[in-house]
Design a protein around this ligand. Structure first.
Ligand SMILES: O=C(O)CCC(=O)C(=O)O
Ligand SMILES: [Fe+2]
Length: 360
């Protein structure tokens, strides 16, 4: 009897899993209406949402403009009760600047030596230029006809800098390639504005989601320095993000992430369980969120933002009509820290295709 009861408890679905499964199936607003408790920072009515102000002098307007960001004094920034170290910045990008990051994620960061999921079962030559191999197919796509997916549409993740090893769940000194300078600059400015002036972008995971994708419940703990924040940038269609606690079964809060939104997980919130159960069309009901359609703001000559050509944007826009891209940026090592010497076990070096696959 006691054993049966204990069995029932262990089999019982925990609160995180339950909400994950709920949102995984949720069709999104307007019908059915959003469940109570779902936070939308673009309409911050929830009691646990607190407006917070960043120190405007930590990032100069000039550096913000160079990064394609509005001055910090114009950012709409929020925190959450019970989640110290969590900061949400509602789309701080200058008009037109989000396009740059979408183009980089599809055309530039997909290039070698960066690593992507397709490398796990395709040759170096086959994945050398995903953009070139996909652009015509995406441009000429008929939405009402079945067509084989292009390589870009099969892309799920790209790693940058210290390349995360999905098998060992570790970063290592011998698998590093230069981190993109523009993304390092953007990250540095956002971190600086949030009080992390020493942040160094050393590793990135880019996630490419379609309307049926999700990302399972996890903690990002492989970085060796957890005193530095994890930054997240979202573009394209929207998603539901679940932020839980330090224990896997703690009930999470649910929030929308829309195009341009930036999230900072630091301090207490750096090592919390989180997940993306659902991708949803943008709430405006347009093919693309309107922030993607704005003409490019005047930028200083030394800006890292390059105007995206009409030709390139046609492909990006088509891709993004049914997709969401998220960039997460991490510092792996503390200043002057190095990787611990490892005694490599045979098991650690065994790579299986499955363990490289994320849940989406
Ligand atoms: O797509 C997101 O918003 C979250 C991504 C994430 O948690 C990760 O890459 O570790
Ligand atoms: Fe994560």
């Amino acid at each position: 009897m006691a054993a049966a009861a204990a069995g029932a408890v262990t089999r019982e679905e925990d609160a995180f899993r339950r909400l994950f499964r709920f949102y995984r199936r949720w069709e999104g607003p307007p019908q059915p209406p959003p469940p109570p408790g779902l936070i939308d920072f673009s309409r911050p009515a929830a009691r646990e949402v607190k407006s917070c102000s960043l120190n405007c002098s930590s990032l100069s307007d000039q550096d913000a403009y160079r990064a394609g960001l509005r001055p910090v004094s114009q950012w709409k920034t929020y925190g959450l009760d019970n989640y110290p170290g969590f900061t949400f910045i509602q789309d701080p990008f200058l008009p037109g600047c989000q396009r740059h990051w979408v183009k980089q994620c599809l055309k530039e960061y997909t290039q070698k030596p960066n690593v992507c999921n397709l490398d796990m079962h395709m040759s170096f030559k086959e994945t050398a230029d995903l953009w070139e191999m996909s652009q015509h197919q995406i441009r000429n796509k008929c939405s009402n006809k079945y067509q084989p997916k292009s390589l870009l549409e099969k892309l799920r993740w790209v790693t940058l800098g210290y390349h995360y090893n999905w098998n060992s769940k570790k970063y290592s000194a011998d698998h590093y390639t230069p981190f993109p300078l523009d993304l390092a600059f953007l990250s540095k400015q956002v971190a600086k504005a949030c009080g992390f002036a020493d942040f160094q972008a050393e590793a990135g995971i880019l996630n490419y989601y379609h309307l049926d994708s999700s990302l399972g419940i996890h903690v990002d703990e492989s970085e060796l320095d957890h005193t530095q924040p994890l930054l997240s940038f979202s573009f394209g269609q929207s998603s539901i993000f679940l932020l839980g606690g330090q224990k896997r079964e703690d009930a999470p809060v649910a929030m929308f992430l829309h195009s341009g939104d930036v999230m900072i997980m630091s301090g207490f919130s750096r090592l919390l369980y989180h997940a993306v159960p659902r991708i949803l069309p943008n709430p405006e009901g347009k093919l693309l969120p309107s922030c993607m359609e704005l003409p490019l703001h005047d930028l200083p000559a030394d800006s890292i933002i390059q105007p995206c050509s009409q030709d390139d944007w046609q492909v990006c826009a088509r891709y993004l009509q049914t997709s969401r891209i998220n960039m997460t940026v991490r510092q792996v090592l503390a200043a002057s820290q190095s990787f611990p010497a490892e005694i490599e076990t045979k098991q650690e070096r065994t790579v299986t295709v499955n363990s490289y696959q994320r849940e989406h």
